[in-house]
Each structure stands twice: as C-alpha cells, then as structure tokens.
Design a protein around this ligand. Structure first.
Ligand SMILES: C[S@@+](CC[C@H](N)C(=O)[O-])C[C@H]1O[C@@H](n2cnc3c(N)ncnc32)[C@H](O)[C@@H]1O
Length: 226
C-alpha cells in the first residue's frame, strides 16, 4: 500500500487492543500455523529471512522458531514499536525496521528467504511490480520468495463488505473499509488479485516452484529467484 495511507490506517488500528496483534495470543498463533507447516521445508537454520509488511511481527516470531534469523519491515512506526515490545518480552532476536517495503535499506543479495504474508490485497499492480524488483535485489541467487494470499474471486463471494460495483476494471481497485471500536471509519484502497494473475505478475521476475493450499481460503505461492 502507499506508505502514507498504510501508516495512517495501521497506526489507527494499533490504538486498540486486538488479540491478532500479539503473537502469543491463541488467535494470532492460529494465523501463523502455516509458517511451521509449510514454510519449514524452505528455511535452513542460520539463514536470513525478511518478513515484508510484518505488522506487529507475528509471522516473524513464528519464523524465528524455525531457527532462521529474521528481519521484519513495516512502514508503521507504531507496528514496529509493538513488535519490539513483544520481542523484549519473549526474548526474541528478530530485528525490526521501519521502512517502505519497495525501498528497503539493505544491501543487495543478503536474504535467503522473503515472505509477503497477506499483504497483496492492499497493493496495486504497479506497486507489486516495484516490490518484485526490490525483492529480487535483496534476495540471494536462488533465494525463496513466499507470497500468501486469498483469491479475489472468493473474497467477492465471501466478504460482504466488498462492493463489487465499485470495482475498477482497469486498476483492480476496490474501496476497503475498517470500522474501529471507537466507530471511526477508514477507507483504504484494496485490489482485486486472483491467484492466476498473481502467479503471472510474480513470474516475470521469479520462477514459481510450488502452490500450496494453506486452508480453504488461503494459498501460498513459492517462488525462486531466477
Ligand atoms: C494487512 S497488514 C498484514 C500484516 C502482517 N503481514 C500480518 O500478516 O499480520 C499489512 C501491513 O503492511 C504494512 N505496509 C503497507 N504498505 C507498506 C509499505 N509500502 N511499506 C512497508 N509496510 C507497508 C502495513 O503497515 C501493515 O502492517
């Protein structure tokens, strides 16, 4: 998502308690089961992984449990502060960085694995093209890039808040909406992504090696740097 909007929306959400923000909650643990179940074969002890758009770090902490070194990046200062608080409390060694994920402050070819969990829905097609180049830059040769996502067709059917008639066919843009506990409402852009289209766009810069069905709604696409 465009940094300016992401900072505003994520910052506003983090003013309220939600169990999903805290890696230690039952709700958060359920969401990161895939890391142990499906990511495990792709990571080796002592390698370096970047969790792109890490939020409060639940996937980063889960990945660390596999023995890999983890860097989480997010543009929201509040999200990274939250992640750092948990880090301290659980004695984690994850490293968290505030930055735009299309312009990461890292040298080229330093990561073995990059994950991009559940963020694609907030990205325009142009943004993913930029992200592709940035991930290619920071990944080592034959590095792994894992994208988890929901198929847009299902989202239209299941998510009643998605207004099909507001869909812009050219840009894929829908207006997303969150209503916070104080009843304050935020609109933010979300985009129509199907799994075949995501495969096509990422395959311009990466080689698709596997498609994994995480559960009935989520899939993981595993790419390798060409
Ligand atoms: C849908 S949340 C997902 C968070 C996390 N991956 C998870 O699964 O819990 C998207 C996250 O990406 C971050 N984000 C959005 N656009 C960004 C950008 N351009 N650069 C860095 N972070 C961004 C947001 O601040 C937010 O924390």
């Amino acid at each position: 998502m465009e940094q300016k909007i992401a900072k505003k929306v994520t910052g506003a959400m983090l003013k309220f308690d939600h169990p999903l923000f805290d890696f230690r909650s039952k709700e958060a643990k359920e969401k990161v089961v895939w890391v142990c179940d499906f990511l495990k074969p792709y990571v080796k002890k002592d390698q370096l992984l970047v969790d792109i758009g890490c939020g409060t770090g639940k996937q980063s902490f889960a990945a660390e449990e596999l023995g890999i070194n983890v860097v989480g990046v997010d543009c929201s200062k509040e999200a990274i502060e939250f992640a750092n608080r948990i880090k301290k409390e659980i004695n984690s060694k994850c490293h968290f960085v505030v930055c735009d994920y299309v312009k990461m402050p890292f040298k080229k070819e330093i990561f073995d694995v990059a994950i991009f969990p559940k963020n694609i829905v907030e990205c325009s097609y142009k943004e993913i093209e930029k992200l592709n180049l940035e991930v290619r830059r920071v990944l080592k040769k034959e590095g792994i890039f894992v994208v988890t996502m929901e198929d847009g067709i299902k989202r239209i059917i299941l998510d009643k808040s998605v207004n099909v008639y507001n869909y812009n066919r050219k840009t894929g843009k829908f207006e997303g909406k969150i209503i916070l506990p104080n009843k304050k409402q935020y609109s933010y852009p979300t985009y129509f992504w199907t799994i075949p289209f995501a495969k096509q766009i990422f395959s311009r810069d990466f080689k698709l090696t596997k498609e994994i069905k995480i559960d009935k709604d989520f899939s993981a696409l595993v790419f390798c740097k060409k």
